[in-house]
Design a protein around this ligand. Structure first.
Ligand code: PLP
Ligand code: COI
Length: 339
């Protein structure tokens, strides 16, 4: 597909094959150099641990086209570090941070004409992943690994831009209390497919997971973290060992404090006490900031600011984050990496 075929303003979250992807192999205790390839199909052993035992991890980050035409990444070092955490948890070899960032840059550069133009709101989504491969049948770590990165242009994950969406609390858990919820591994997402389907069938954008131990506290909003703005203007977000530490959420905590002068709290968010919030949102690389219109829980839809319009604090947070990501607002030191 060439650039002219893409309707940048109406992109959704679907797969598009771009020109180049990166593949590096771990064998005999070390990573090879890695290379860009055109083939988007992988050939792996039928006995790969990634296929049977879920020994794999993935990341998600984006490349942004600035007004001056240059391309930049948002905090790729944080994705590299989180992937190292995931690798440690599943006994996979870590990818050095420098190798990770260099490979991301190579992939973006090689697919530069797929980076959406400034002003369209669209971005280039980058998907690094590591899989256990090689011949193995026992439940043990794989003898070999592939580290790959592909990319594709995307628009909004939920509804377009800052349109609020509604969510429903599910009885299902995506992760166990000391399981793998805090790392980015495929099994967590396999577990989320069914509750997601039930939520969509009931007319909601996705489901909200409560803490797996007591089912009283908000954990995740589908594949995004939760934040709420209290009536006295504090930025509040859940603290739990079973949620994925969202890079967007930690960035928003910093921006709320340092750019907007708000108090910030990472603590329990009781699903029975949603009334403490005047606004709420979901945040993540794919979700960016998606305002939460309402949350359905126990036959009641709790509406925050509005089901139709974004609240003023959420909007300010969005404008600050979006401005930094697209290069219009000065970023804290070290957050932006030019490609
Ligand atoms: N929570 C889950 C389960 C996710 O899959 C994601 C997406 O990566 C997030 C939260 C948001 O994390 P981040 O802001 O690092 O993209
Ligand atoms: C992301 O925000 O990068 C995610 O991983 C969410 C989803 C597309 C899996």
């Amino acid at each position: 597909m060439s650039k002219v075929d893409i309707d940048w303003k109406n992109l959704s979250y679907n797969y598009t094959k771009t020109d180049f992807r990166y593949v590096s192999k771990w064998q005999n205790g070390q990573w090879d150099e890695g290379a860009l390839v055109e083939d988007n199909m992988l050939s792996i052993s039928e006995a790969s641990t990634a296929l049977h035992y879920g020994q794999q991890s993935f990341e998600g980050l984006k490349a942004y086209r600035r007004q001056d035409g240059k391309i930049q990444l948002f905090r790729p070092d944080q994705n590299a570090k989180r992937m190292q955490d995931s690798c440690r948890r599943l006994l996979m070899p870590e990818i050095p941070e420098e190798k990770f960032i260099d490979a991301v840059k190579q992939v973006v550069k090689a697919n530069e004409h797929f980076v959406p133009p400034y002003g369209t709101g669209a971005t280039l989504y980058i998907r690094p992943f590591i899989i256990g491969v090689g011949h193995n049948i026992g439940v043990k770590p794989a003898p070999e690994y592939l580290f790959c990165i592909f990319c594709l242009p995307v628009g909004s994950y939920f509804k377009s831009g800052l349109t609020p969406v509604n969510f429903i609390v599910t009885d299902y858990d995506r992760a166990a209390p000391t399981g793998t919820g805090r790392v980015k591994v495929g099994g967590n997402y396999a577990a989320s497919l069914y509750p997601h389907k039930l939520a969509v069938e009931k007319g909601f954008a996705d489901c909200i997971y409560l803490d797996p131990l007591t089912h009283t506290k908000i954990e995740e909003v589908g594949a995004a973290n939760f934040f709420g703005i209290t009536k006295d203007n504090k930025f509040v977000t859940p603290n739990s060992p079973s949620i994925l530490p969202s890079i967007t959420k930690y960035s928003l905590m910093h921006l709320a404090k340092e750019y907007l002068g708000m108090e910030v709290e990472e603590r329990d968010v009781l699903v029975d006490n949603l009334d403490e919030f005047k606004e709420a949102g979901a945040c993540g690389t794919a979700a960016v900031i998606t305002p939460i219109g309402g949350i359905h829980y126990k036959d009641n839809l709790h509406v925050f600011y509005s089901e139709k319009e974004v609240g003023p604090v959420t909007k300010k947070l969005y404008n600050t984050l979006y401005g930094i990501q697209f290069g219009d607002v000065e970023a804290p030191e070290g957050w932006i990496v030019e490609v």
